[in-house]
Design a binder for this molecule. Sequence first.
Ligand SMILES: [Mg+2]
Length: 409
Amino acid sequence: MVLGFAALIRAPANSTGTRAIARWRVAGGTDYLRSNPTSRHRVTVTGISIIRAELPFHAPFRISLTRTESTTNLFVRLTASDGQVGWGEASPSPAITGDTAATMAAAGPALAEVILGRTVSDIGGAVRAMRARMVGQTTMRSAFDMALYDLAARQAGLPLYAYLGGANRSFVTDNTVGMDTPKAMAETARGFVAAGFTAIKAKVGEGVRQDVARIRAIRTAIGPAIPLRIDANQGWDVPAAIAVLTQTEDVGIEYCEQPVRRGNIRGLKQVRDSVAIPIMADESVFDHHDALRLAAAEACDYLNIKFSKSSGMWVGRKIAAVAEAAGMACMVGCMSETRLGLTAAAHFISAHPIVRYADLDSHVDHTLDPVEGGMEIHRGRVVIPDGPGIGATLSDDFVAECEVEDVLA
Ligand SMILES: [Mg+2]
């Protein structure tokens, strides 16, 4: 018998003698999966707009890597063949992802080409197609991923948390104190607590003496009961990280984010093995491949998921799954998103109990809030809307003042 290239192999009969699964495999072929052209779930993306928004901050925000005074975010608005609209947001953080407003604007139309005409529910297919078109550009890809989830959930008539298989839960978010003098950081932290926040995150990573002084000043200002997290944003080397975390062991630090450079996994593990304070990877984990490497190296206790690193929720869920399998809890953080992107993150957190910590505070720094609907923070807890999809949109008045690029079918 001659076996041709397209020889078919029939699944074996089961014990009842019937062929339970009519499964055929094409040897060497690739058409295991074919779209069914008669499927009634064929709502497609028919229009795409990319909206550029300038968002100034109340005050400059400094971390060990950068100092920023404003953000230029790009929003993606998808229109579907049934008239529904989905929203996504991209907020660049060049020092972390390499993406800028300019590179996102350049990538946007090429990604839009990949998305236009696609079935709305086929988020996995869209994510793979975007990744095939463009490596990197995780921030801009995340805006399309977010808008597709918004559309798909709207079509299902469900809030995004329910579409993701979760319940509506409120949770604590911290508010982040930018790097400054110990005295100024202590005053800012005290102000956040007075405003109702029940967890504080502090940016450090400049040097042992200054950072120890910052951490002690903040703890004194906020008292012993408020959880205090710190984030070095890769600012230390291994000896400095061990020195700061050893000298502040009595301060009650909940965990420390990214003490050393992102590629230094061995150093991250060295720090973790040397101090009592739990270690969270942030810049070291972009996707599920990174998560698996960190888990295998036992280099950290927690993972910080951000859609701008993971290219969105599709891969974010994979990171959460790796974390769960490895016994690591997660945080979901942000760059400088408005409440639109933050609300998508809030739905994600609500649907994934492995996410124990939240850092959804970037809108607090913005002088404008152009978002209608969306999450609110009440006494330090995030409250999520119950409408379909993300439940947040940009106001028409705000969009009218922005630069808008339409990609039409
Ligand atoms: Mg961080």
